[in-house]
Write a protein that binds this ligand. Sequence first.
Ligand code: ADP
Ligand code: ADP
Length: 220
Amino acid sequence: MIVFEEVVKRYPGGYTALAGVSFEIPAGELAVLSGHSGAGKSTLLKLIAAIERPTSGTVRISGQDVSGLRRRAIPYLRRNLGLVLQESRLLYDRNVFDNVMLPLVITGHPPRDAAKRVAAALDRVGLAGREREMPAGLSGGEQQRVAIARAIVNRPSILIADEPTAHLDTAYAAEIATLFKSFNAAGVTVLVSTHDDRLFAKHQPRRIVLGKGLLIEAAA
Ligand code: ADP
Ligand code: ADP
């Protein structure tokens, strides 16, 4: 379902963030991507979402080669991907409802059904009934849950998250890990990056470990 073949990513300026990375994550898996800061984790996740393009090699998502995807095909790829990336901040001048609703507005979802979807997504992350609250009034862990609700509101088959627990206390981080496990149990393919892979240890994820742009380990 997620396949990397000899993927190289060199940024303008010449820095090689990924130096020939190959791995496969079968559909329905929970996979954890780890490695120290600067190892290339964010780059790898951005290649999946076609936010960055590989310099060489192939990235395949659900059988589709996204490496050279044309610009207007990208929205169709993203519709099937839930993304919780470092730069996917919440909109602080809109309430929780509007934040989670955003992807449905973009895809032109019928409004009445969309409101139900938002309610269901919030319920799924443990924030039922919190639609009218503003993000700034929520704890860090709750804000991260809103971001996750926004990522799953389109019911994607793949969920990608870049260090979703980075700024959270251990207890909150463990809850977020369990939440990702619950999506996986519902059939979603989940790939989460973290620099603390102990967080997911009890869920026995497939492990992908990067070091300086190279794959160190890829094991189930
Ligand atoms: P990680 O997520 O593991 O911390 P990143 O993928 O963010 O790693 O970064 C890998 C390397 O690529 C880092 O050395 C970083 O400075 C570099 N890098 C990331 N994004 C860019 C960019 N847009 N332009 C140039 N270099 C970048
Ligand atoms: P329903 O269709 O009645 O909402 P489901 O059992 O199909 O119930 O889904 C359970 C919950 O999972 C729903 O509240 C829904 O918001 C949430 N959900 C949203 N997107 C996804 C997804 N991609 N995978 C799994 N669950 C999702």
